[in-house]
Every structure is written in structure tokens, then in C-alpha cells.
Design a binder for this molecule. Sequence first.
Ligand code: FAD
Length: 516
Amino acid sequence: LISEAGLYTASDQIIILSPENVDSVLFNSTAALLVEFYATWCGHCVAFSPTWKSLARDIKEWKPAVDLAAIDCANESNRKVCTNFGITGFPSLKFFPAYSSSESRGLELRGFPRDVRGLRHYIIDKLEMHNEAWPPACPPLETASEEEIDNFFQTNNVKLLALVFESKDSYVGREVTLDLFQYENIAVRRVLDTETSLVSRFGVTDFPSCYLYNSSRHISRLKVLNEARTFYSYALQRLPGVVRTGKPQIPITDLIKNSTLQEWRSFNKTRVYMSDLESALHYSLRVELSGHISISGNDLTALKKYINVLSKHFPGRPSVKSALKTVDSWLQQQKGTEIKYSDFRDVLDNTVQTSDAVLPEGVQWVGCQGSQSHYRGYPCAFWTLFHVLTVQAKEMGIPDPQEVLQAMRGYVSSFFGCRPCATHFESMAQESMDHVTSLSAAVLWLWSRHNRVNNRLAGDLSEDPHFPKIQWPSPELCPSCHGLKKTGEHHWDQEEVLTFLRNYFSSAHILMDYLQ
Ligand code: FAD
């Protein structure tokens, strides 16, 4: 993966440039582009690449207005492109405003900041410098006047206006405007603290602070844990009636009930259900694996580790634990280089199914129900299963901190039916799984990588509109997990996240409703 794509892969949400796509990406594009020209052998580029990747995750919602790209100038086939753009040193950044002509060589950013926040501000400065007609794919970033706000609902087809009151040098308002640009029924504008008439009309006392204004001229302050960009964006994206462009309106339970053929089981969205975990076991062992007529080599090793981890750490009902132990000891006894799935299945369905050892058949999703049958279900329960297992391993204090993660990695790589998922997961594992040296770090590794996947998939076709992909847990679910750096940047308090996960996924906390 790394050698093919230089320092970045497709899952980094960075457009990888080549001689074939460079013109179509950079010229006459509706979005501005910020391009990193780098060389794989350059130490500064390697050191800068995590920042570039974090920036891509951080401004994913800005994509219609500005996108990130990168090109590896050490790759001989790219040399001509880099020479044409006059690149002599690495890393170099060039900004291409929206609708750049094919004559454009881009605007070189000299002495650019090396941190995400600084780069984000730099991008906003460059977007604002656009000197042709304002590109339609970029929201207005200028400050709003009293007159504009008074006439807002006559001239804009939205239901809600969020106003960020702030000082002139604050970037929060513009960042939130871009964060919300892909959402419907809401617009965001910034208002300066010098707009004294508006400030007193809204009763503003803090800068920054965010107020909601609707067409009935009702004013309310947005309640957030901290007055900062991430908290505003997070809260605004989840307001009733606010939906991602192109997605249907927000749930009412009846709607969910009607759009799936199966009976809807009401559930608590903030709890783990054993029914999902047992359903994941059924699906993985009886459906997913059944696609493999015989299992050998690395796949057999992966299966043995997966079952072994389940047999040791699955916090299930005694009969299910006993079934997993039977399957595990049968597998450990198989000393050949290959097994037949039919033999494995025979153990599951015949040897195991005695009164005191049972692997329940069929799937019955509860917390993992989707509003339609193609949403959620197995992948949701598979993530949940492994969060539970990493937490169980931590509670039991097992000797090998990587045992559960490596079992997951092996299973996903050999068997997980969604192959692009497996490729992405493996590239995350290659990047950092080896750095996990404690059981706590294993719990947090899986949590943070799951959030990376959530970030990548937010707004994707596979996202159930009733269960939007968020950076999890939300500030409402775990207020103490969320903090603020001195710079005003959001930060996760990892100690608090760990405490939260250990409780949320603990065996004592799992609900046993709806079990067969
Ligand atoms: P899920 O993301 O499945 O999460 C399930 C539940 O876990 C949530 O409801 C929430 O309660 C909890 N949760 C959410 N985030 C976290 C977190 N950070 N830490 C702990 N708990 C959390 N789909 C793709 O389209 N492309 C991919 O590349 C892709 N890769 C995947 C890789 C793996 C290893 C797996 C297991 C799945 C992958 N999927 C991928 C599927 C995708 O991640 C979701 O599982 C699927 O879209 C269903 O989403 P969901 O809304 O049920 O929530």
C-alpha cells in the first residue's frame, strides 16, 4: 500500500495526483485545491504527513469548497508534473482557487504553518482572497450586518440561522459556516462584536457564542459544553430538522417502523445488547465463514485466534461460552494445514448444540437495527463485539495487550465480507497497531480507529440517515470525554474516554433483552 501510493492512501481522504488526473483535478474545479508536493524520501515530508492526514479529517465537511491533494515527486512518473509546477523543495504547498485556468501554476505558500489549526486558518485566508465572482460551492464567509439578518429569511430558503458572535480575528464563525455547508435547513453567519445593535438585541455577553434565529424571529442561545468550533458544529449538525444534503428528514419512530419489513424492537441507543453480540457470532460463524469451502494457511491461523479470543473473553451466557470453548478445543486439535468448513459447521451444529452448550441460530439485531434492511446489522455488531472484547481483556488483565486486536485484524483480513473495509482496516493496523503496548491502549486504539472510519463514512451512501456517523461518544453521552486546548481546539480526554468505554462495553452493563 505504502510503496504504491507514497505517503498517502485512498482512505486518507486526500486526492492522490498523477499525470493522468492532475489537470482534471486542479483546473476549472468548483472547489479550491490545496496541494502538497512531497518526496517519500524526505524526512520533513514523512514528519509532516500525519498533520496533512489530520487536516484532511478535520476539514472533511469543507470538501465542496476546498479539497486536499498530494503528489509524490519522488515517483519518476510524477517528475514532469512537479517540474512543470516549478517545485524544487519538499514539502511544498500550493493553493489553486476554484476555477483556476490550465495556465495556473498555483499560489505557493511559503513558511506555511505545520499544525492543523494554523493550516485551517491559512485555507480560510486564501478562500477569502478569491478575486473573481464568489464560487457557488463555497458558503459566504464575510461578516453579517443587521440589515442582512433582518432580511435573511426573505432572501434565503432556510428555516434556521445560526449566528456566531465573535471578535474580528476569530476564525470560529467561518469554520462553523464551512462545517455546516453540507447540511440543509440551516445557514451560519458570523457577526462581529462591534455590531453593537445586534449584540444588544441578542443579549450577547460572551465572544464567541452562538445564537439561533428563526423565521418567527425567535432568538435562543445554542447550549454547548464549550464555546468553540467543534462543539458548535457538533450541536448544530444534530438540531431537529437539520439534515445532511440529500438525506431524508430526521427520524420519527413510526417512519423507522414502516421502512423495514421486520418487526421494530425498541431499544436504548446508549446501551449494548447481547442479542447483537450473539447475532454477530451466528452471522460470522454460520454465514460469513460458510463462503470458504476449505480454510488453510494464514486464514486457518486467523480463525483459530478469533475463536480462541472469543472462547476466552466473550462475556456471554454460560451456554454460549461453553459452546465457544467446545469449538475452540476442536479447532486447536486440528493439526493439519487445512480444515473443511463442513467439518467446522458440523461441530457448530451437532457437537455443540447440547442443552448446556448452545450457539443461538439466526440474527436478531436490537441496538444494531437499521431503518432499512441494508443499513447497520452485522458490521455494527462486529465493531461492538470487538469493543466489548478489548474491554473484557482489560478487565481480566491478560498478558498480551495485542491479543484481541490481532485476532480482529486476522479475521477482518481473511474473512470480513466487505473487502474495501478489510483493506482500510489493514492499512490502519499496519500504521499503528504494533505501537499498542498496554491493554488500555488497545481499548483506545480501537475506539480511535473506529472514529476514523466514522469520519470517513460520514455522509456516505452506507450511512443510515437515522444513525448518522459521529465522532463518538457525543458530548451529551460523555461530557467529561470532551475538552478544550488553550488554543480553542477540541481535544479528547483519553483518561475519561477510557473510563467511559470500560463502563459502556463492560459485561455488567450489557442488556439481555430480546434474547432467544
Ligand atoms: P458503527 O460504526 O457500526 O458502530 C456501531 C456502534 O458502535 C455505534 O452505534 C455506536 O454505539 C458505537 N460506536 C460508534 N463509534 C464508536 C467508536 N469510535 N468507539 C466505540 N464505539 C463506537 N463501511 C464502509 O462503507 N467502508 C469502510 O471502509 C468500512 N470499514 C469497516 C471496517 C471494519 C473493521 C468494520 C467492522 C466495519 C467497516 N465498515 C465500513 C462498516 C461501517 O463502519 C459501519 O459498521 C456500518 O456502516 C454500520 O454503521 P453503524 O451506524 O451501525 O455504526
